[in-house]
Design a protein. Structure first.
Lengths: 219, 219
DNA sequence: TAATTCACGTGCTATTTTTCACATAATGAA
DNA sequence: TTCATTATGTGAAAAATAGCACGTGAATTA
């Protein structure tokens, strides 16, 4: 198997498989199969095999996958075999909630700094972290070896924050600001947009009357 | 144009277009074009036209789209022309942050109730809401006409919470618990999984050493 | 009024993603 | 050892998604 680019859909699923493998290890289960995994998420087993096959031959025909071994492989593939140091930009409610988010620590991500540009926030203590002035980001990022940033500022500030983050040398950013952001290809940006998720749900709720919508004609 | 099922990718984009149209209205811009919109998100203009064409012919050839009119149409399509009443299950940090999330109120979603099953939380005030006992959900949902639920409880409680939500008659759920959830087709579930997003970022950071990964052979 | 420009709507094509289905390899029983 | 069973890895087919390119209608200019 040879592939130049791994789809993000694949890496997302790897993350899902990994979580499941952690559970299987905890339950002291030694082997599993693509079919067994598939049923848990109602996915297709061939897809799981293919996702894994991009990176090597981890399975044993007639047996399946050794749980611990596969866990270790995926951990390595996703680069989770080392700690990632995270900073959060924006010490508002969302930023604060994220700073305390259990899921970070659970998966080798550690929040090591928070930033804000409001005088009210700078110097405050959130969890066990002091909020730094955003202006210091380049310095702190390099000193603290930060490699991931989380944007939790209002939409209208997000672009300038991203620009600063980028020039501070960070290349992986998780963005919670509901706005499109420009950036160059060196930087990987993932946006989590709650409004989009909500509005998609609303569409589902609106659906029953869809037939009408389709008949609608111009303005 | 005739289509039986609208892709979720399309509804997600509709939500993006809508946000942009709000901004254009605010800026007092009267018309726009698929090309104009496309450039803002670097999307393809044909895709935008197609997304819209699923629901009617909203544009005018040679002109483009009338901003207000299109905004109104998309608002209606997404079912945002009426208030949605939201409850949040889980009054922990995330639930609390979400209860105060500005984005909800901004887009015709109103958080009207919070639930928890811990005695520490029940009866507490979060924002301007009292935290109810989760056991009361069926009753409150019907009395308060709630149509959307947000799950913000630990992963190990999420399935049972979802089951209760479903039996209380809610059909649209936004889930923040990082776990796969079973549900029937009456119910629309959207999961926001921060761990997956983070681990995908980690993969990007790990990439430089990808060549090695590909050579790896069995256990 | 005729000619030109513009941008929509959409048939068709290309690309991406998923699924099928089978040859292959490992295991265990007879 | 041979046969049956199991589950992988993968080429090929199918489905879903995105993009091209052009016919068409509306507006504007001459």
């Amino acid at each position: 198997m040879k592939v130049d680019k791994i789809s993000e859909l694949t890496t997302n699923r790897l993350s899902i498989y990994l979580r499941c493998l952690h559970e299987l290890v905890a339950a002291d289960i030694k082997t599993t199969s693509s079919d067994g995994l598939a049923k848990r998420f109602n996915l297709n087993s061939a897809q799981i095999r293919k996702d894994l096959a991009y990176f090597g031959e981890f399975g044993v025909r007639g047996v399946g996958y050794y749980v611990e071994s596969l866990r270790d492989h995926i951990t390595k593939i996703l680069g989770l075999d080392r700690k990632h140091r995270v900073c959060i930009i924006g010490a508002g409610r969302l930023g604060t909630a994220l700073a305390n988010y259990y899921g970070f620590s659970q998966t080798n991500f550690e929040v090591v700094a928070m930033f804000d540009s409001s005088v009210d926030k700078i110097g405050q203590i959130v969890g066990n972290l002091t909020v730094f002035d955003l202006k210091l980001i380049t310095e702190v990022v390099s000193k603290q070896q930060i490699d991931v940033a989380v944007i939790a500022v209002p939409a209208n500030h997000a672009q300038s924050v991203l620009d600063e983050i980028a020039s501070a040398g960070i290349t992986a950013v998780l963005n919670f600001a509901p706005t499109p952001l420009r950036h160059n290809d060196e930087l990987k940006l993932k946006t989590v947009d709650l409004t989009i998720s909500l509005e998609s749900l609303a569409f589902f709720l609106a659906k029953p009357t869809m037939e009408n919508v389709n008949i609608v004609k111009p303005n």
